[in-house]
Design a protein around this ligand. Structure first.
Ligand SMILES: Nc1ncnc2c1ncn2[C@@H]1O[C@H](COP(=O)(O)OP(=O)(O)O)[C@@H](O)[C@H]1O
Ligand SMILES: [Mg+2]
Length: 241
């Protein structure tokens, strides 16, 4: 079933993301209340770097969680490549997440009891793959060679986010979901992390969907989507493409 995700698209290139009539209510399907997220139509091309900009509470994380298959919409369809997420069972969604997605969060979410190296190896381990060369390459790319045996607590915030970036990218996922990746970093460190993401994006072309509050962070993306009260202001309302 999950093999169908590579059909129609070249493996190794970015996965397209398409939302049709997607709505999400929290605390059950209270139709009288406005949904936390309401997206009639949104299409993100494979390999595109799209940026979600909006105030706190506007629905950025909700959208990222739905696209990541972490949460399910109450209405509508989300297609990754050619395949609708809602046709997959929980096990298939988990496999899809592990194989084709990389997640970056505001607060890094590294495993505190694992070393830098073990954190980066984790996605490969979950896929039953061993690729020490990939881990070394990523450590080098994010400028953390020599730190692989440290614990996350022995690193600065910027270094921790670079580890998180390496972990998100080590299995070359076709879709990167980054939820305010620079939100807890100072300006200079945030720029280092974004430049790295930019370099890796150029290197192999995953699709990136990133949320941020910062205009400067947003400028790294190709397309800015403004979101307010659960609605994207600059996406078409009908399926025009
Ligand atoms: N687990 C939840 N339970 C109930 N309401 C939630 C939950 N998560 C988010 N919300 C609500 O949904 C809206 C969008 O939240 P969120 O997607 O977290 O916004 P953002 O990431 O842009 O700050 C907000 O009104 C928030 O309070
Ligand atoms: Mg959020």
């Amino acid at each position: 079933m999950t093999e169908s995700f590579s059909q129609g698209e070249t493996p190794g290139t970015g996965l397209s993301v398409r939302l049709e009539g997607v709505r999400k209510w929290y605390g059950g399907r209270v139709r009288e209340e406005r949904p936390a997220l309401d997206i009639p139509f949104l299409h993100i091309e494979g390999g595109e770097w799209a940026v979600l900009m909006g105030d706190s509470g506007s629905g950025k994380s909700t959208l990222l969680n739905l696209v990541g298959g972490v949460d399910l919409p109450d209405a509508g369809t989300i297609l990754l490549g050619d395949s609708p997420l809602n046709r997959l069972d929980e096990r298939e969604r988990t496999m899809l997440r592990r194989r084709d997605m990389g997640f970056v969060f505001q607060f890094f979410n590294l495993f505190p009891t694992l070393s830098v190296r073990e954190n980066i190896l984790l996605p490969l381990g979950l896929l039953g793959r061993k690729d020490p060369a990939a881990v070394r390459r990523l450590l080098d790319e994010v400028g953390l060679s020599g730190m692989e045996h440290r614990a996350p607590s022995e690193l600065s915030g910027g270094e921790q986010q670079r580890v998180a970036l390496a972990r998100a990218l080590v299995h070359r996922p076709r879709l990167i979901l980054a939820d305010e990746p620079t939100g807890s970093l100072d300006h200079r460190t945030g720029k280092v992390v974004l430049s790295l993401l930019q370099r890796l994006h150029r290197e192999y072309g995953p699709t990136i969907l990133m949320s941020t509050h910062s205009e400067e962070a947003a400028s790294f993306g190709k397309r800015i989507l403004h979101i307010r009260d659960g609605e994207i202001l600059d996406a078409p309302t009908a399926t025009t493409s």
